[in-house]
Design a protein. Structure first.
Length: 222
């Protein structure tokens, strides 16, 4: 038995680029036969600061999309917390799994200078960190000894993520592979995701499954 989850979802409630509200996202993925979604709204200076409050208030806004999706979860459809984080050093994005809401409130994640500053925090807390769409324009590919893997299938059809290059790069250098839709609105490519071998109940389960390689890709490019 396996459990199909989309690993890369943005909501209108919390991401400035999101075009679809939580209720419609959940309805859509239920209709597609998924067992759940991982909400990965944008955690970055520009996105968080636009909410205009204290850091704690801004995190509450960041969580609105996740909470709205979570309210529609049931025994057959799980909603899991994740994030797509960007540091101050460049335009790279990273998908992060394995944390809870207390983790978000306990440190200012939106203003961390570099990936190098973040990775000790990630390791200490058992997080899984995958570089998102590493071969888009203006991205800097990270070495496999720094991140836990890379996204080799990104389903956002309005960007050239060069999924074929990402797949071959992962094969050549031994990266773990990740597949996700990068859902913002209307799907223009086949939706991505992973099949987890074990039941997933929270973000920590996701990180454990990814780091122990107990999953397979729904979509990949060869």
């Amino acid at each position: 038995m396996s459990f199909l989850f989309d690993t890369h979802i943005h909501t209108k409630e919390s991401s400035a680029c999101g075009e679809v509200r939580a209720a419609d996202i959940v309805a859509r993925y239920k209709s597609l036969g998924y067992d759940g979604i991982i909400v990965t709204d944008h955690m970055q200076k520009k996105g968080i600061d636009r909410f205009g409050g204290t850091y704690e208030e801004n995190i509450g806004c960041f969580l609105k999309g996740y909470h709205a999706c979570k309210a529609l979860a049931d025994e057959k459809f799980k909603v899991i917390l994740g994030m797509e984080i960007r540091f101050l050093e460049n335009d790279n994005d990273y998908l992060v799994y394995g944390f809870d809401e207390d983790f978000l409130y306990s440190r200012d994640l939106a203003h961390i200078p570099t990936l190098e500053d973040f990775m000790p925090i990630a390791k200490e807390n058992g997080l899984a960190v995958f570089q998102a769409h590493p071969f888009r324009n203006d991205m800097v590919i990270m070495p496999p000894d720094i991140v836990d893997g890379i996204e080799v299938y990104n389903g956002h059809g309005n960007h050239d993520s060069r999924n074929d290059i990402a797949w071959h790069w992962a094969e050549k250098f031994g990266f773990r592979k990740l597949s996700g839709s990068d859902f913002h609105g209307v799907l223009t490519m086949e939706p991505g995701g992973v099949y987890f071998e074990d039941e997933i109940n929270d973000s920590k389960d996701v990180a454990k499954a990814l780091l122990s390689n107990k999953y397979s890709l729904k979509v990949f490019t060869e």
